[in-house]
Design a protein around this ligand. Sequence first.
Ligand code: NAD
Ligand code: DAU
Length: 330
Amino acid sequence: MVTGGAGFIGANFVRYVIEKHPEVQVTVLDKLTYAGKRENLAGLPSERLQLVVGDIGDENLVDRLVKQTDAVVHFAAESHNDNSLQNPKPFIQTNIVGTAVLLEACRKYDVRYHHVSTDEVYGDLPLDGGKFTPDSPYRPSSPYSASKAASDMLVRAWVRSFGLRATLSNCSNNYGPYQHIEKFIPRQITNILCGIRPKLYGTGQNVRDWIYVDDHSAAVWQILTAGRIGETYLIGANGEKSNQEVLTAILETMGQPLDAYDWVRDRPGHDLRYAIDASKLQRELGWQPQYTDFQQGLRATIVWYQEHRDWWKKDKAVVEARYAQELKKG
Ligand code: NAD
Ligand code: DAU
């Protein structure tokens, strides 16, 4: 069972599993919030994939589904930092309470559980060095990252106190097809495609450690099938870039003048830099990222958004209106 399988990373993971592992049957549990789309699973074989539309916080539904499964991979979440600054409530409900509901069901039926989390639980790093390791202290900055940190803590407690067969992974920033256009890379690509100037927060010097989404999927599969119970694995592909560098690459690839963007007010509490040390995952489980050429991955992503206008067009006005409203609030 894959929770959040109609969202960005969840849908890419389901596609990865269906393609690479013909023996696997997948049930997706997804609430289809603004971030989840049925179309993200279009074209997959119905005899191997079932989509159940529902909330991970619905105890009866989760009990019934978990009873029938042998493993849960938990992607479902409210995932956007900016939204969590406007209204933290759904983040608490889905990311913390929803996770607790899944954990209880997995405990009851002794079902293997994998928890998909984020590097943001570790806070941020200075620009001039250091990387997150599995031993880095938890220091989340935003309501989103604090809710993910809380969910990680629940998983660890269920492992230690109840013997839950669980693993955790904390991954860096993903990019690729099906990412919601509220997020940095697809927002700027679709801005350019709509004739809107891209928007860069603050100084543009904040650094993110980019990984192509299929590399994340492969790592999660590897951890699910070969990871040690109770362990945390960090997933990253040495893809550090400042936001300004990423935006320049987008502008260049899309044939725009390199100064054709606007600086906008910074995100409150904006984390400065993320960087992942993935050596434990590489050493113990032999995982290696395959899509390490950022320019190539970015080009493929740009082409995907160019060729899938119908997928994102109807969200664009809503997303940009929300951002404009926040800026006006000052
Ligand atoms: P997303 O916002 O694109 O998708 C989230 C999915 O969860 C959507 O399909 C949504 O409908 C579903 N969902 C939300 N609330 C739900 C609920 N209460 N019940 C059932 N389904 C619900 O998110 P994403 O970027 O694909 O992230 C997926 C997971 O990966 C999250 O747990 C996130 O914290 C983690 N993660 C994301 C990144 C990244 O760069 N995007 C990096 C590391 C970890
Ligand atoms: O590190 C993993 C995390 O990466 C995940 O846990 C989150 O779910 C995911 O959303 C992502 O969080 P970020 O906050 O890093 O991603 P976002 O795409 O929102 O922003 C990336 C960077 O770009 C960040 O420094 C803020 C900046 N930014 C963002 C937007 C939307 C801009 O400069 N302009 C923008 O318009």
